[in-house]
Write a protein that binds this ligand. Structure first.
Ligand SMILES: Cc1cc2nc3c(=O)[nH]c(=O)nc-3n(C[C@H](O)[C@H](O)[C@H](O)COP(=O)(O)OP(=O)(O)OC[C@H]3O[C@@H](n4cnc5c(N)ncnc54)[C@H](O)[C@@H]3O)c2cc1C
Length: 446
């Protein structure tokens, strides 16, 4: 029986291991920490008081085999299932609780009219475009690019549009705008050209049919616990607190790996879900190219003594002068009727030293100004953490750099497949899961 080693026990390693085990391979999953889940973690501050590592609300992928593994074994009494998520956004001094998309009608009327004029005069994107400055100008028109996307993307990435990849805005879902009421939007959306650029005015309209899930009583780590039980039941051999020390190569094939505790494992295939830089150091390759860079994320966790003023599951802050990127409101996720504890996490992107200087008080002031908490709300608990390598900085050579690293590794090793967020092919869970599935299928492993 072929032995496949999966390195990294995040969601992608875990699901890949189950998919492969279902094909009767011998599968060993190796995780350096004592807990699986990678970025899908919840910290427990006290009984019933939990905070996740950012917004992690799993949604069906639309791939039957994946969705069966991900969601079928969940005890539905313990999980909330949502047809759509209540996502809001704050822009131009106003909270829009009905949509994640920016409503340009809230802008100064001069800017709005000029922006709309530019938008209506856009033409299909030219093939030669490869930076965000030109792409967004051709996609949304010069005014909206300058007034909306340039400041927001600079806040999130710390880079000018001309330094960013043409798809940089897509990472944060800035693919559409609202530029009128639903009647107007529906009419414009009849044209496929404008359908791509314009959003409906409410999350409820045009839902995909894919369900999202969140535990009724705990944080997202419960999802990992359930998947770990499934992996063990399926027969995946899980090894925690271990990593790879070295590997034995025969021609271009990894035949054996030696773990940190000295254990030797035979290997026919290596599924790599951890940063490639770790591998480059192990296999002695000369890689001179650039390595994809990541933005740090500050997670500011709060418990308040009073309910939130909104019932959103999460809210994006599109105000470029505010530090907040996104707020996840757990009290609205675990139950449709808010009950204590009233907890949320505010995510802030920035350079590490920049984030270290941000005070919890200034974050609370932004929540207050956005009218997410009342002026009477008192903080009962707060704690912040920083994820050093959070969101990828999508510079215009981001994918080229990632591709070059993968090529370099493949020149040295044939029987390796790089998957997940760390492979830099995709970032979000759902995309990374679908990509992993497609790649394993293409390689005829599943
Ligand atoms: C702040 C933040 C917010 C996010 N919000 C969302 C969101 O709203 N929606 C969404 O879909 N996605 C979101 N994501 C992305 C999501 O977290 C990732 O898509 C997903 O977690 C990637 O899983 P992974 O298995 O590829 O990688 P990871 O979760 O990074 O897992 C990699 C695993 O490998 C292990 N490992 C590392 N080095 C070694 C080693 N040397 N040996 C052994 N094991 C090792 C790690 O400990 C970890 O367990 C967010 C990410 C961040 C940072």
């Amino acid at each position: 029986m072929k032995h496949i080693l999966v390195i990294g026990g995040g969601i992608i390693g875990l699901i890949s291991a189950i998919l492969l085990k279902n094909q009767q391979y011998e599968v060993t999953l190796i995780e350096q920490n004592e807990k699986l889940g990678g970025l899908l973690q919840s910290s427990i501050a006290s009984d019933g008081l939990f905070f996740d590592y950012g917004t992690h609300i799993p949604r069906e992928t639309g791939v039957k085999e994946l969705d069966t593994i991900l969601f079928e074994s969940l005890n539905k009494n313990e999980w909330n299932m949502y047809d759509y998520l209540k996502v809001g956004n704050y822009f131009e001094g106003k909270l829009n609780i009905d949509s994640q998309f920016i409503d340009v009608t809230r802008m100064d009327s001069d800017v709005f009219v000029k922006g709309l004029f530019d938008l209506l005069h856009t033409t299909p994107i030219e093939d030669s475009v490869n930076d965000a400055d030109i792409y967004l100008e051709q996609y949304f028109g010069e005014t909206f690019k300058r007034e909306i996307f340039a400041p927001i993307l600079e806040k999130l990435y710390g880079k000018k549009l001309c330094e960013l990849h043409k798809n940089a805005h897509k990472l944060f879902g800035y693919t559409r705008i609202i530029c009128g009421d639903q009647f107007l939007s529906s009419n414009f959306k009849k044209s496929s050209f404008f359908d791509d650029k314009l959003a409906n005015t409410n999350n409820k309209i045009g839902i995909s049919g894919l369900k999202s899930y969140y535990p009724k009583k705990a944080g997202i780590y419960k999802f990992v616990e359930e998947l770990e039980i499934l992996a063990v039941r399926t027969g995946v051999n899980i090894m925690k607190n271990k990593t790879i020390n070295s590997m034995e190569l025969d021609e271009r094939m990894v035949k054996e790996v030696v773990l940190s505790d000295g254990l030797n494992l035979q290997c026919d295939y290596l599924i790599w879900t951890i940063p490639p830089s770790f591998l480059i150091n192990k296999i002695d390759v000369d890689h001179q190219g650039a390595i994809p860079q990541f933005r740090s994320v500050g997670l500011f966790n709060f418990e308040f003594d009073t309910p939130f003023l909104v019932d959103n599951h999460y809210i994006y802050c599109n105000e470029s002068i505010y530090k907040t990127f996104r707020i996840t409101l757990y009290s609205n996720l675990v139950s449709s009727v808010q009950s204590s504890p009233y907890t949320c996490t505010v995510e802030i992107l920035g350079d590490l030293d920049e984030i270290q200087l941000i005070s919890p008080e200034s974050v609370v002031a932004e929540l207050l100004s956005m009218k997410i908490i009342s002026s009477k709300a008192k903080v009962l608990f707060n704690k912040n953490t920083i994820i050093k390598n959070g969101f990828p900085i999508m510079t215009n050579n981001h994918y080229d750099n990632a591709h070059e690293i993968e090529e370099t590794i493949h020149k040295k090793i044939e029987n390796i497949i790089m998957l997940g967020k760390n492979s830099n092919k995709s970032f979000f869970m759902e995309d990374s899961l679908r990509d992993a599935y497609e790649i394993l299928k293409k390689k005829d492993l599943i």
